[in-house]
Ligand binder design. Structure first.
Ligand SMILES: *Cc1c(COP(=O)(O)O)cnc(C)c1O
Length: 416
């Protein structure tokens, strides 16, 4: 049986996003086209909220997964905070209405300008990733006559078991400070006049499909909290990052409530606020990329379906060999055969599916590339001078263009 996230379904052989047929939107707005379900966005957020309702917590949406203002505003209005990694994301977070006291700033390479902007905005905390960054932040805060609230990012040496490009919590990658140097880092932080030690943070990877690494991570962090407390350094925030996986193919990732079941007993009676930084989990299954078939061709033993979306629109297959289900906007009976679905860009990596069994779609037919809400549009580019796709947000029968399709003029904006 094909699984559909609740807000995407097939009725009378037509694929719908909530109450709106995908084929209709493709016809009216053109393709390639990102379509998001607001109901699914909220469902994902509320599932998370409910799971952790018994402990003080803030869910900080990792804006980098999908930074569209209307998507972000959906979460800010539902009570989320934001996890940002750049000044640009802070700018977007402010426009989308996230309260500064719920914004955390992650990333290994924050510039002095970015620190100044974030301090002026009054964000909750900086997740600091190195001793040099800590010193730089102290200098910037001093120059503004303020104290910078920080969590130090620990590299907990926990294996997340996901793709090597998106695994971040083991000893040999660039993120965080080694566990054995953490106490020293906090002693230094405490001694700096313009640093306020607030919490501890880690983020061990992305598309994690088991609950075990999260529990292992929390245990590492709580042990450090206790060790620091013995030295008189009392942390108030424990931020476990993001990384909760979703079902692209046959994965069965943990639900927030499964994670919560192991977390809550460990957090009871402690005076700690729990932070999460989910990105993919909140938006991944809430978006599709609609694309139209241009041509079909045989080459050797292979059958290709060439569509009007490409790796510049959705880079995940090219970058990570990622699997995305593909469903026709209008299905019809027929023999299924193995096809490669590819885009028009001049790169062999420009594909969406290889050897995928489907009823061969004809030219002009619309296909939905599923689970494209996270790291889809956000990672898109104008490679091959292709204007970026439009984005639509559906809410029941209502739908809005929440980002206009780029024009040819947009391609040369600012150039001479
Ligand atoms: C990317 C990232 C996230 C979000 O990751 P997801 O896998 O989308 O949940 C959260 N925190 C940090 C620090 C990140 O770099």
């Amino acid at each position: 049986m094909v699984y559909y996230p609740i807000m995407f379904h097939v009725r009378n052989r037509s694929l719908y996003v909530e109450r709106v047929p995908v084929g209709k939107l493709a016809g009216l707005c053109g393709t390639p086209l990102y379509i998001y379900s607001q109901a699914q966005l909220l469902r994902n957020f509320n599932e998370f909220e409910r799971a952790f309702k018994d402990v003080p917590h803030v869910i900080c949406y990792a804006l980098k997964a999908n930074s569209n203002l209307s998507v972000a505003r959906t979460f800010s209005q539902a009570g989320a905070g934001a996890d940002i990694v750049s000044a640009g994301e802070l700018y977007r977070a402010a426009l989308a209405g996230f309260p500064p006291e719920k914004i955390v700033f992650s990333g290994v390479g924050k510039t002095a300008d970015e620190m100044r902007y974030a301090l002026d905005s009054g964000i909750l905390m900086f997740n600091v990733e190195s001793m040099e960054e800590l010193a730089a932040l102290n200098r910037v805060a001093r120059s503004l006559g303020r104290k910078a609230p920080v969590a130090i990012r620990v590299n907990p040496d926990v294996e997340a078991g996901s793709h090597r490009h998106i695994s971040t919590g083991t000893a040999e990658n660039k993120f965080g400070i080694q566990k054995r140097s953490i106490l020293e880092a906090y002693r230094t932080a405490r001694s700096l006049g313009h640093i306020e030690v607030l919490g501890i943070q880690a983020h061990i990877g992305s598309q994690i499909t088991s609950a075990r690494p999260f529990l292992a991570l929390l245990l590492v962090l709580l042990r450090l909290v206790d060790e620091l407390s013995r030295e008189g350094i009392r942390l108030r925030v424990v931020d476990v990052g993001g990384g909760i996986g979703i079902t692209y193919h046959r994965e069965s990732p943990p639900s927030p409530s499964e994670i919560a079941r192991s977390f809550i007993p460990l957090l009871r009676g402690r005076n700690l606020k729990l932070l999460f930084e989910p990105g993919r989990f909140l938006v991944g299954n809430a978006g599709i990329l609609a694309t139209r078939v241009l041509y079909r061709k045989h080459s050797g033993r292979k059958r290709f379906v060439i569509v009007d979306a490409a790796m510049n629109d959705l880079a995940r297959p090219a970058l990570y060999d990622a699997y995305h289900r593909i469903t026709p906007a209008r299905s019809r009976p027929g023999r299924r055969e193995a096809v490669d679905v590819v885009g028009p860009v001049c790169e062999s990596g420009d594909y969406f599916a290889r050897g995928r069994k489907m009823v061969l779609p004809g030219p002009g037919e619309v296909l939905a590339i599923e689970n494209a809400g996270a790291y889809g549009f956000a990672m898109s580019s104008q490679y091959n001078s292709r204007p970026r796709a439009a984005e639509i947000l559906v809410n029941g029968r209502r739908w809005d263009v929440v980002r206009e399709r780029e024009t040819l003029k947009d391609l040369v904006h600012g150039e001479k």
